[in-house]
Design a binder for this molecule. Structure first.
Ligand code: ZN
Length: 320
């Protein structure tokens, strides 16, 4: 082996080329999902251009472990809600403004000082990319990865540190098993929506104030949220100006309307509501598709019920 082959860059180069060939597309690492482990900090130095996403489940668990820093129970509930709302922010600039306003809000109460210092140093200065807008259409937790790690430990390595030769054999077995699994259950390229969600989306499209559905630039559209504190036009003005004066004002704005990107031919469409960002499926996106005639309305929704009263559902295991 020459010196190049010993270099870590050689293996990165090899991996990138191999992945490009297998997937028929360029392999660039733009985001890496991690937890707070120190070893990962040095690993990330190898990928200076990639954004280090932080597992949201890990963040909120750690924050709850520090809840004793806030003595008053009601104050903790309010602080926790502030963090949950912060995580739903869909844009880098809004996140930066929101964190400043949230810290200003917490600074008004000296009982929050200790928790504020903890949150600021740990989750705003060190590992801030836990909010939904840090990247789009990707998971916000590393639960999937943890579950695969668990499978490797339980079914393959039995939690033992293996010598290299045994490890290579095990790795080969894993690759074989997972390749066969992949053939049986191939990767899903299209999203399928549950029937209940389609019904809810249809109901939303019937109920929504049509005058408030507002297309804006570049195939984007704004629709009103469930209990808006302002109309869509005011929402758009505030979105352009971004001059909220308090964190609570910003939260009211965030909850008042939803911004959708309608440029994709096929679902999912991006929407700033919680359900789309977490599940890639929401009533606004599907409802708008139905409203614009892009998506068919399921048959059973359109069917009228007969005049007779619906039969009562019998108890389970009862006789006819
Ligand atoms: Zn939505």
């Amino acid at each position: 082996m020459n010196r190049l082959m010993h270099s870590k860059y050689y293996y990165t180069y090899l991996l990138q080329n191999w992945a490009s060939m297998v997937n028929n597309q360029q392999y660039t690492i733009s985001h890496v999902m991690v937890d707070g482990a120190a070893g990962l900090t040095s690993a990330m130095l190898e990928l200076p251009l990639a954004r280090r996403l932080m597992c949201w489940a890990h963040v909120i668990r750690k924050c709850r472990e520090h809840r004793k820093l806030v003595k008053n129970k009601n104050k903790w509930i309010s602080v926790e809600q502030d963090i949950l709302d912060l995580q739903l922010i869909f844009d880098d600039t809004i996140f930066r403004i929101a964190t400043r306003l949230m810290i200003e809000k917490w600074s008004l109460d000296s009982e929050l000082n200790e928790f504020k210092s903890y949150f600021e140093s740990q989750w705003l200065l060190s590992l801030p990319f836990f909010y939904e807008g840090a990247t789009m259409f990707t998971p916000s937790t590393n639960n999937g990865l943890e579950s695969l790690n668990g499978k490797i430990k339980q079914q393959y390595t039995m939690r033992h540190r293996l010598p290299l030769s045994a490890f290579l054999q095990t790795a080969e077995r894993m690759l074989k098993d997972w390749s066969f699994d992949n053939e049986k259950t191939p990767f899903a390229y299209h999203i399928t929506y549950k029937e209940d969600l389609e019904k809810e989306a249809f109901a939303w499209s019937q109920k929504v104030d049509k005058s408030q559905i507002t297309p804006i630039d570049y195939g984007m559209c704004v629709v009103p949220a469930k209990e808006p504190k302002m109309n869509v036009q005011q929402w758009i003005v505030m979105f352009n100006q971004m001059n909220w004066t308090t964190y609570d004002d910003l939260k009211d704005w965030l909850r008042s309307a939803r911004l959708l990107n309608c440029t994709r031919l096929l679902p999912p469409w991006f929407c700033t509501c919680k359900y789309e960002m977490k599940e890639y499926a929401c009533v606004h996106a599907i409802g708008l598709m139905m409203f614009w005639g892009i998506r068919a309305i399921p048959q059973q929704i359109g069917k009228r019920k007969g005049r007779s009263r619906p039969k009562k559902v019998k108890l389970a295991l009862s006789k006819d």
